[in-house]
Design a protein around this ligand. Structure first.
Ligand code: FES
Length: 116
């Protein structure tokens, strides 16, 4: 099983192929935001990779990052834990002023992953 390391929180074994946003929330117990419910629209699930950044990206992630001019981050709702990775959880419920992290992301990537 891949090892997910979250800066300041520890290292966690996560099921192969689990969505990173869900691994952060369920395995690492991070209050990661996912305001759009994991649909590559809000970018609140953003993380910074320290190590193990996947090369592949969904078309939806690529499109929203480009549209918003964002670099140096990845959308955890569009990343699968298919290798060891180390991240900074930079978008959290605590301190955000939001009432909740957002709708629950589904088990599989939404919209359906088209890898680029
Ligand atoms: S872009 Fe909204 S939860 Fe990932």
């Amino acid at each position: 099983m891949p090892m997910l390391t979250v800066e300041g929180s520890g290292a966690f074994e996560v099921p192969e192929g689990k969505r990173l946003v869900l691994a952060l929330e369920q395995d690492a117990r991070i209050d990661v935001l996912h305001a759009c419910g994991g649909n590559a629209r809000c970018t609140t699930c953003r993380v910074e990779f320290i190590d193990g950044e996947p090369r592949k990206m969904t078309a939806a992630e690529k499109s929203v990052l480009k549209a918003r001019g964002l670099t140096g981050i990845r959308l955890s709702c569009q990343v699968l834990c298919d290798q060891d990775m180390s991240v900074r959880a930079i978008s959290r419920l605590e301190g955000s002023g939001r009432p909740d992290p957002g709708g629950a992301p589904s088990e599989t990537i939404t919209p359906p992953a088209e890898w680029v």
